[in-house]
Design a protein around this ligand. Sequence first.
Ligand SMILES: CC(C)(COP(=O)(O)OP(=O)(O)OC[C@H]1O[C@@H](n2cnc3c(N)ncnc32)[C@H](O)[C@@H]1OP(=O)(O)O)[C@@H](O)C(=O)NCCC(=O)NCCS
Length: 213
Amino acid sequence: MTVTHWPLFQLRVRTPRLELRLPTIEELDALAQLSTEGVHDPDQMPFAVPWTDQPPAERARGLMQFHWRQMANWTPQDWNLQLGVFLDDHIVGVQGIIARDFMILREVGTGSWLGQRYQSQGIGTEMRAAALELAFSGLGAESAVTAALSDNTASNTVSRKLGYQPNGMVRTRVRDTLGYEQRFKLDRDRWQQHRTVSVQIGGLELCLPHFGL
Ligand SMILES: CC(C)(COP(=O)(O)OP(=O)(O)OC[C@H]1O[C@@H](n2cnc3c(N)ncnc32)[C@H](O)[C@@H]1OP(=O)(O)O)[C@@H](O)C(=O)NCCC(=O)NCCS
C-alpha cells in the first residue's frame, strides 16, 4: 500500500547493516514489546523522562502513543522523526531526529535507544551516522546537537567517534537525584571529516515540505 498524503512513510535511510524508516503498526508493536524486554540496567536511568521505569504494559502503550503523538503534532516548523531501526528486517530500536524552525536554524537534535540485546555491536554508531547523513546531506543541516548523561559511556563514545565536540555540561534531574548532562555539537565540516559509514537515502524528495524545505 502506498501512502500518498504522508510521504515520510516512503523515506528510507540505509547503511551496510541497517534500514531506518517509519515502522508499520505491527512493527511499532514489536518495538513496544522490545522495550519491555530491557533497554538498560534497571539501576541506571539514561533518559531525562524516565519512561523505562514504567511497568511493562504501560511502557509499551506509552511508547506507541509517543510515536503517534510525534506524527499527530508534526508541523514543518516543529518535527520529531522517530525512525525505526531494522536489522535483518527486525526492528531493534529507534533513532530520533528532531528540529524546530529547521528552515532557519539548520540544526537537528538526535536521541536513540536499542533493545539491550542489540547493544555494543556498533549498531548505535551506524544508526546515528545514518541520521547525521540524512540531516547534513539530505536536509542541508549546518549543525547537529545531542546530549547524554555524563556517565552514559556508550552514547558519549558514539558522539565523540562521529566527530561531535563537547558543548557544555548542565545539571539535570535523574529520577530523584542530581545528574550531569554532557552536551555535544557537530558542525558540517567536522561531519565531513568523520563520515565513515556509507549511507543511502531514498524517498526524500516528496518529504522535503514536511521538513520545512
Ligand atoms: C546509546 C546506544 C544507542 C549506543 O548504541 P550501541 O550499539 O550500544 O553503541 P556502539 O556499539 O555503536 O558503540 C558504543 C561504544 O561505546 C563503548 N562503550 C560502551 N560501554 C562502555 C563502557 N562501559 N566503557 C567503555 N566503553 C564503552 C563501546 O566500546 C563502543 O565504542 P567502540 O566502537 O569504540 O568500541 C545504546 O547503547 C543504548 O540504546 N543504550 C541505552 C539507551 C540510551 O542510553 N540511549 C541514549 C540516551 S541519551
